[in-house]
Design a protein around this ligand. Sequence first.
Ligand code: NAD
Length: 258
Amino acid sequence: MKAIDLSGKTALVLGVANQRSLAWAIAESLGEGGAQLAFTYQGERLQKNVHTLAAQFPEAPVMAMDVTSEEQVEGVFARVEREFGKLDILIHSIAFAPREALENEFIDTTLESWRIALEISAYSFIHLAKHAVPLMEDKGGSMLALTYMASQRVVPKYNVMGAAKAALEHGVRQLAGELGPRNIRVNAISAGPVPTLSARGISGFSNMSAHHREKAPLGRNIEAREVGDTALFLSSDLASGITGEIVYVDAGYNIMAL
Ligand code: NAD
C-alpha cells in the first residue's frame, strides 16, 4: 500500500500565529506524515502562542523571524543548518497589508502600502527561497506558498493583496523554472476562505465566505485541515512530478462562471 511518508525530512514552517493559522494546519499534517518540524514566529506578541502549540512536537525549534529583518532571517537558516544539516520542505504562509489598504478603494492605494504588502507577502518568498536553496542542494526539496484567487479575479476590498498574490504566483512559476534543474519543486496552494486572524482583517470577509459556500460545487467552505493535507501531498515524493503549479483547495469555487 502506498502512503505518504515524510520521515527523515525536515520542514521549516513560517506563519503560525495561532491554532487557526493555515500554517498550523499544515504543520499538523506534515507532523502526522513524520516530518521533523521547525517553526518561526513574528514578534514577541506571538512568541507564547507558537511555543505552546509547537510543544506538541518536542524536538521542534521555535525561532523569531520577521521577514523584514535580515538578521533574523539569517539566524533562522543558520540554526536550521546547525540542527538539521539540511532542509527538505519550506512552507511560506505569510501575508500582510496595512489595514487602510484593505478598507479604502483600490484606487487610493499608497505607494507605502503597495511596498509593504508586496515586500512581506511576495518578495519574502523569493528571498527565503534564496536562503533555503543551499540547504536543499544535495537531494532537492519542496517549497510551498499560500495564495488566493484574487490574484486573477476581482474580489472587492482584497485590493493590494490581490496584486501581492499575483506577484507571489508569478514568483512560484519563475522559481520553479529556475530551481527545477536542482530538483527543487515550487508550488502554491490557492485556498478558499478560512476564518483566520488575517482573513478577519479583510472587510466583508464573512460575505466572501458565504458567497464561496453558496457557489462552490461542493456546497461548503473548506477546512484548514484540507489545506494541511494538500500541503502534505505536495511536500511528499508522491508529488515528485508537480512543480510551478497553483493548486486550488477551494471546494471547486474557482471553476464556476455563474
Ligand atoms: P494568519 O494570520 O494565521 O497567518 C498570517 C501569518 O503571517 C501570521 O503568522 C503572521 O505573523 C505572518 N506575518 C505577517 N507579517 C509578517 C512578517 N513581517 N514577518 C513574518 N511573518 C509575518 O492567517 P492565514 O489565513 O493562516 O494566512 C496564511 C497565508 O494563507 C497567507 O499568505 C494568506 O494570504 C493565505 N490565505 C489565507 C486564506 C484565508 O482565507 N485564511 C485564503 C487564501 C490564502
